[in-house]
Design a protein around this ligand. Sequence first.
Ligand code: NDP
Length: 321
Amino acid sequence: MLSSAGLALRRWASGCQGGRRTLATVISGNKTSQLVRERLKKDVEKMRKEVPGFRPGLVVLQVGDRDDSNLYISMKLKAAAEIGIDANHIRLPKSSTEEEVLSCIMSVNENPAIHGLIVQLPLDSVHRIDTEAVTDAVSPLKDVDGLTSINAGKLSRGDLGQCFIPCTPNGCMELIRQTGVSVVGKNVVVIGRSKIVGAPMHDLLLWSHATVTTCHSKTTDLPDHVGRADILVVGAGRAEMVKGDWVKEGAVVIDCGINHVPDDSKPSGKRVVGDVHYSSARERAGYITPVPGGVGPMTVAMLMENTVQSAWRFVRRQQSG
Ligand code: NDP
């Protein structure tokens, strides 16, 4: 019988070819998101044939003028336009009160030409605005970010066909699908439990029949948990926190992190890294997402997917009277 060290050595050796360790296959979010967007474009054309003159409508509501939000919004508007979605950007001034933001949301909720409404976070107002109250004011029928309590509740109960799935976890699932590795029965570890990434990722994996462990800032023995993960999804917001030698041989590693670290070799003086130490993890994983070019582009693609899905639901409701 082999000792645990012997087993580890055999596992490591099985990943070597001709004495050299094979690197993990890179899962490209750029390529996958392109495929999703092409599919959605055809879907919108089909919808417009079925209902002449109809276009899916999306509103991105921004409060204030943050540079990072402006960049993300321009990416969303561009992707929407390419697919044939009628995308509208509403920018409220920094002086907006919570009441004014809520009133804007109500009018979009009531507009039948709009099928998706997202509130760009964080809200950049000089007043204190309750973000929770604002995101929850979005009609669940138009909540294409999947952030309302109603949609989150449905997802946590496994009613996947009745809700909008938050875009980043949905994108992660699509990337896992690309590997051909089934999540059914697998040990999956999620690092992070935020409402936008970790918690819905947990729910989605659970109801896709994985056995899920969710870790957070109070988790002890994080490397130990990571070492048992057949599939690892990280959304902690900690630059290169997960080290390569924590990762199980052959695991699927999905890195949601977007962190800016100093880099004197770049004209900007910084570069973007994920929450996983990419080069060392690539030596052990079977599949890995890069940062940038991994989960990021999928988040935008899944927002488009949810908007088109919402428009189809609207069309079907109209048709059934
Ligand atoms: P949050 O800060 O809201 O949540 C971070 C989560 O990670 C929390 O649950 C926190 O635990 C946990 N955490 C923090 N430090 C540790 C640690 N040392 N060990 C274990 N768990 C830890 O971040 P978000 O969920 O909004 O985002 C996570 C990352 O994903 C960020 O880098 C963000 O930029 C990126 N992101 C990327 C997107 C994309 O499109 N690619 C979209 C959205 C986010 P606790 O709950 O205990 O505090």
